[in-house]
Write a protein that binds this ligand. Structure first.
Ligand code: HEM
Ligand code: HEM
Length: 238
């Protein structure tokens, strides 16, 4: 009878390309390492954590070099993918007055997704994601700049080093807060976001009905681009 029934497979929309997913994974592996090694160096150092990296000196050494790796990776992406980089930034700064309604309706959506939808927004990212993207990008930029400055202590006055360290430490906690919120939402632990992790893992596709709630305009555009009658753009596992 399978041939007589309509195609009831869930519809999937591809949200992020393979290069975007690889870049995202590279960023979170390097950032994860920098968090760990950075925290191990905090203050006088945390011997138990530093021991994992072979002691204080190796921990500081690897922290610096992986830090330079992250700076190099960012420079490479900006140089090789200027259009995609500009689009990401433009999509992240594009706030509209109507986004205020989204913020008002958001808490009830998170608490009871079966009863409430967030208000419609017109962005590629929802307004919360946009704010999170900006905080992550800015704090990583500040960490990179102050990290590079501190890597040449012999050229600095003690005052410049002390201020760089203070700002570096502050930016660490700002980044930790933003990434913590991002992982809580994007991992799909919350019912309202179940399945969203696939947007950056596997084949980068999410279910159409989830996309309709989170990114309505983007979902409409994607369907508009599909062949008439074939809205299935990718099914994980096939
Ligand atoms: C996710 C990004 C990063 C995080 C979370 C982070 C975190 C930290 C933390 C918590 C410390 C210890 C501060 C203290 O002693 O109180 C530190 C130290 C330091 N970081 Fe970073 N950092 C990051 C990126 C970078 C980058 C990109 C560089 C260099 C290019 C860098 C270079 C340094 C240097 C030179 C120190 C001083 C290490 C020492 O004691 O010799 N960091 N970082
Ligand atoms: C240090 C850790 C992380 C950082 C700095 C980070 C940063 C980002 C940024 C800047 C974006 C927006 C990029 C874009 O969509 O073009 C993003 C998207 C995303 N991230 Fe992360 N991320 C991290 C960890 C994670 C983890 C652990 C998960 C899942 C378990 C995750 C899941 C996602 C998903 C699903 C998206 C796609 C959202 C969308 O398509 O709109 N991220 N991340």
């Amino acid at each position: 009878m399978a041939g007589d029934t309509a195609d009831t497979r869930p519809k999937w929309l591809v949200r992020n390309s393979r290069p975007a997913r690889r870049l995202h994974a590279a960023v979170y592996v390097t950032t994860g390492f920098l968090f760990f090694s950075g925290i191990s160096l905090l203050g006088e150092g945390k011997p138990a954590l530093e021991a994992v990296l072979g002691g204080h000196v190796p921990a500081a050494h690897w922290h610096r070099w992986i830090g330079f790796g992250l700076v190099g990776l960012s420079a490479l992406v900006l140089a090789l993918r200027p259009v995609a980089s500009r689009k990401f930034l433009a999509d992240s700064v594009a706030f509209r007055l109507t986004d205020l309604r989204w913020f008002v309706t958001y808490p009830s959506f998170v608490v009871r997704p079966s009863r409430h939808n967030p208000a419609r927004h017109e962005g590629h990212f929802d307004p919360g994601q946009r704010a999170m993207n900006l905080v992550i990008v800015l704090s990583l930029a500040v960490l990179s700049l102050t990290g590079i400055i501190m890597s040449f202590p012999q050229r600095l006055t003690p005052m410049t080093f002390a201020w760089s360290l203070r700002v570096h430490r502050g930016a660490t906690w700002v980044l930790a807060g933003a990434v913590g919120g991002h992982v809580l939402v994007a991992s799909g632990i919350l019912r309202s976001y179940r399945g969203v992790w696939r947007a950056m893992h596997g084949n980068g596709a999410v279910r159409g009905h989830l996309a309709d709630r989170l990114w309505p305009r983007w979902a409409e555009e994607q369907r508009g681009r599909s062949e008439p009658g074939s809205p299935v753009r990718g099914v994980p596992g096939q």
